[in-house]
Design a protein around this ligand. Structure first.
Ligand code: ATP
Ligand code: MG
Length: 288
């Protein structure tokens, strides 16, 4: 029997697990005690259940409505080709799926792969890419440790996840083509309706508050009054900055919100405009 709770599938253990759980916890959801072998955990103060699964299985479970939503790598969503919708991008687990070959081999473009054997855990994504580029290669599907395949003579090349590239280097491989960029995504079943849709909307509202907060900082500074106009233009904040006079004549205190991406750029300009005593404070939640 369906409890009516929104069921969220997350990776049981792996690269997505910790950030997925942090997102759920920072959204104010307290879960029942998670035992080591636990497969399901219920929300104590919010109508959700969290299902702990292998990441490969998450698209299928969501497509089958065993879970209503899931947090999974976009690469798995592309590979599994299940009928689910990507509804959000929480901004972590950024990586790429690339073709790599032994460092000792010369690379002169995609035609290198004609007639070669490529080891991968992502056969569908790779096949699509090869077909689009009219390359005839043999795909050898393996489920893990793809990077050792050329070294042990199993394949001529690999198609796998790369982030820093250090795994490639330690296996004497070089990245030669980026095929897909990926990050964690929230996927949803196409059959969510009624009360569950309402729970999902509430959850997404909370998740956005958490994600916005993470990208923004609260900034306080003192500035000479003659610079206020220029500083206000630099720091538009959520509506406009708060400005209060200081006890010292000709000076004001200004409070605003600044985005992490422009942060150092803005700080530099603020200093040039005579800002002093700049304080930068993390924001816990931000509702825009
Ligand atoms: P499972 O046991 O659940 O099947 P797994 O071994 O298949 O786990 P992980 O290695 O934990 O998977 O990776 C999970 C997801 O995290 C990947 O599908 C990818 O989206 C992302 N990811 C993998 N490696 C990296 C990396 N080096 N940097 C950033 N993101 C990554
Ligand atoms: Mg997996």
């Amino acid at each position: 029997m369906d409890s009516g709770n929104l069921k969220i599938a997350v990776q049981k253990s792996g690269r997505l697990s910790e950030k997925s759980m942090t997102l759920i916890k920072e959204s104010g959801i307290r879960l029942t005690q998670e035992g080591k072998l636990k497969l399901v955990s219920a929300g104590q103060n919010f109508p959700v259940e969290v299902l702990f699964l292998r990441d490969d299985d998450i698209p299928q479970y969501v497509a089958d409505n065993v879970a209503d939503i899931g947090i999974v790598g976009e690469n798995e969503v592309m590979e599994k080709q299940k009928p689910v919708d990507i509804i959000d991008r929480p901004g972590f687990a950024k990586c790429r799926l690339s073709l790599a070959i032994p460092q000792s081999m010369e690379y002169n473009g995609l035609s290198f792969f004609n007639g070669r054997k490529i080891a991968t855990s992502y056969p569908k994504i790779l096949q699509k890419f090869l077909t689009e580029n009219k390359i005839g290669a043999e795909i050898h599907e393996i489920s893990g440790s793809v990077e050792i395949a050329p070294g042990i003579g199993l394949a001529d090349a690999i198609f796998d996840i790369v982030s820093s590239g250090s795994t490639l280097i330690s296996n004497r491989l070089k990245e030669v083509e980026v095929v897909l960029r990926s990050e964690a995504v929230i996927i949803a079943s196409r059959d969510i309706s009624g009360p569950k849709k309402h729970i999902l909307d509430q959850l997404l509202f909370r998740i956005h508050a958490v994600l916005n907060a993470g990208n923004n900082k609260y900034i306080l500074l003192n500035a000479p009054n003659e610079s206020l106009e220029k500083i206000t233009a630099l720091l538009p904040g959520m509506k406009s900055p708060t400005i209060m006079p200081l006890a010292e004549k000709g000076w004001s205190s200004l409070h605003s919100v600044v985005n992490e991406n422009d942060f150092w750029d803005i700080i530099q300009k603020l200093k040039e405009l005579g800002a002093q005593g700049i304080l930068v404070i993390p924001i816990e939640k931000m509702i825009v």
